[in-house]
Design a protein. Structure first.
Length: 341
């Protein structure tokens, strides 16, 4: 086979290279790759053989621009380790893959600036949809999304000002319900400890705790928040600092399970009986809450359910089958009462 010169500067085999090697026109190659049913079996097999021999990779972005259609969905992850991201992706991707779509994933590290930069790059590839975690985005991100032709899906939290589609849960209400539950159990001096204080989810949780305390004429004075990632150290530190300020605190609400585990270790170190001396709860429980000793009372969110509903809702939008369907889905949450309270 004749040695072909690849595209200057990229080393990439072009459509013209495939056409020349196969002895056909570029339009014939394009037709064989995009609508193979319009090409004879013999010619299609010949072109496919050349494609494989040359290692030709079709330019999907160019094809999407030409046809107005795309089989890619851009998803910007805030974290590779957070429970919601780990639990969400497999179910979300499976349903979209079955429908012929592929995910293109970016990583923002909970930075709205990084999210904006990633979005500018991802939109250049003309994705069919863009999926974002959370409700906080830069003004430029919102502008880019509204000016794009892509469907937009915001997940994780309910956002009354959502750009387009929204699937999540009400973190304000979950925190408020947990606080009300503790008050009903007889606890009155309830503290709050949370991570990622710059994030809207944490602020909603904090407001939910404050609202429930004030409704019951209790002072929401004792709380500790951090910009850091949720970790065991924050739980230990939070218990130590807040008990130093107010030794008779009788309950804690933690934004994350990891923080609650650190608090549990600190209480055990101090030989505090749970829940007799102090109750511990968290707002994002998992199997760890179920298996630790004592078992941890927690709010649990079904992220697999969230992923499935989000994927199906997005597919409805992409296929035009969502006429009259609400653009917002609240999947709810479950308060799991256990031994720690």
């Amino acid at each position: 086979m004749e040695t072909l010169r690849k595209r200057r500067g990229t080393g990439r085999v072009t459509l013209a290279d495939v056409a020349k090697s196969a002895g056909v026109g570029a339009m014939t190659v394009s037709r064989a790759l995009r609508t193979p049913e319009q090409v004879s079996d013999k010619l299609r097999d010949k072109i496919q053989q050349v494609v494989e021999e040359l290692g030709y990779i079709p330019n999907q972005a160019a094809g999407a621009l030409a046809s107005g259609k795309s089989d890619s969905i851009a998803l910007i992850l805030p974290s590779f380790t957070d429970k919601i991201c780990c639990d969400f992706i497999p179910f979300f991707q499976e349903i979209l893959n079955q429908a012929g779509y592929q995910l293109i994933i970016g990583y923002s590290s909970y930075s709205i600036t990084q999210e904006e930069q990633l979005l500018s790059t991802l939109l250049a590839n003309n994705p069919a949809a863009v999926v974002l975690f959370g409700s906080e985005h830069s003004a430029q991100t919102v502008k880019l999304l509204k000016n794009s032709q892509a469907a937009v899906l915001e997940i994780a939290e309910i956002n009354e000002l959502c750009i387009d589609l929204n699937v999540g849960t009400d973190h304000y209400q979950s925190s408020k319900e947990m606080t009300r539950y503790l008050i009903k159990q007889g606890f009155q001096k309830i503290a709050f400890v949370g991570a990622r204080s710059e994030q809207s989810i944490l602020r909603k949780q904090l407001r939910g705790w404050q609202a429930a305390m004030l409704e019951n004429y209790l002072a929401p004075d004792h709380f500790l928040t951090s910009n850091d990632e949720p970790n065991i150290e924050l739980g230990s530190e939070g218990v130590a600092k807040l008990l130093l300020q107010q030794p008779d605190l009788d309950a804690f609400i933690f934004s994350h399970e990891e923080i609650a585990m650190g608090a549990l270790f600190e209480c055990q170190r101090r030989v505090l009986q749970i829940p007799k001396d102090i109750a511990l709860t968290c707002l994002d429980g998992s199997t760890f809450s179920e298996k630790c000793i004592p078992r941890l009372t927690s709010i649990e969110i079904n992220y697999a359910k969230m992923a499935k509903k989000a994927a199906r809702r997005l597919l409805e939008r992409l296929t035009g089958e969502d006429q009259g369907t609400s653009k917002q889905i609240d999947i709810g949450f479950k308060l799991c009462e256990r031994a720690s309270s």
